[in-house]
Ligand binder design. Structure first.
Ligand code: PEP
Length: 252
């Protein structure tokens, strides 16, 4: 039985005071929640402050990105060990904004996935198609390619610790959410890809989140699908009540 997992991706939003206030509010509200894993991924400069605000709570800390090298002359980058040092449990890798705005390739993401796992972080690996790719019937080709490229060389044991986030690019930050059927179809296909590459038990254990305009109003329908194991939430994770409304819609 997969435990639902709801993660908030704060992206490049908030300031130090509002990040801490939001984290404290979530930590407080999370006391009333059971049976679901929660994480928040603030901007890296606020990780330390947010870590303190959620210390001892049911909310885990995640980062939005990292670099694959361990240390050295990589100006502006942050290593997996540094994220662990700040108390991170998760790291989002291959988010569509990094792929499409910042030009990150599957190869680069793959190096990061390996480095994250080596350091003991659980990667949340994002995959998703553009609207034009969906409309031309290429959804699973694109996602299969991203999956194979981003997760090259990952063992079955490692795969079981990775979270996949299916995030159709056309649904991110647009208010245009995938229907529960559209999302479930891709999640089920992804699980088949995992089964073919590994085995039934790995496929059944990997959590696959949906991301793209998830809100309290649509969460229960999406999260009620058999192969949707949680959500990666952008905009709605910036308000405690909206985020916890989504959590309430999970299977937990
Ligand atoms: C995201 O950034 O991962 C995301 C899903 O954003 P939003 O919920 O705002 O669509």
């Amino acid at each position: 039985m997969r435990r639902p997992f709801i993660a908030g991706n704060w992206k490049m939003n908030l300031d130090r005071a509002s990040a801490v206030a939001l984290a404290e509010e979530l930590a407080e509200q999370a006391k009333r929640v059971d049976g679901v894993d929660l994480a928040i991924c603030p901007p890296s400069v606020y990780l330390d402050a947010v870590a303190k605000a959620i210390a001892g709570s049911r909310v885990a800390l995640g980062a939005q990105n990292m670099y694959h090298e361990g240390n050295g002359a990589f100006t502006g980058e942050i290593s997996a060990a540094m994220l662990c040092d700040l108390g991170c449990k998760y790291v989002i890798l291959g988010h569509s904004e990094r792929r499409h705005v910042l030009g990150e390739t599957d190869e680069a993401i793959n190096k990061k996935v390996h480095a994250a796992l080596d350091a003991g972080l659980a990667p949340i690996v994002c995959v998703g198609e553009l609207l034009s790719e969906r409309e031309s019937g290429q959804t699973m080709d694109v996602i299969g390619r991203q999956f194979e490229g981003s997760l090259a060389g990952i063992s079955a044991e490692q795969m079981a610790t990775i979270v996949i986030a299916y995030e159709p690019v056309w649904a991110i930050g647009t208010g245009r959410v995938a229907t529960p059927q559209q999302a479930e179809e891709v999640h089920l296909d992804l699980r088949k890809v995992i089964q073919q590459r590994y085995n039934e038990s790995v496929a059944e254990s990997v959590r696959i989140q949906y991301g793209g305009s998830v809100k309290p109003e649509n969460a229960a329908d999406l999260l009620g699908q058999p192969d949707i194991d949680g959500a990666l939430v952008g905009g709605a994770s910036l308000k405690a009540d909206a985020f916890m409304g989504i959590v309430a819609g999970s299977k937990g």
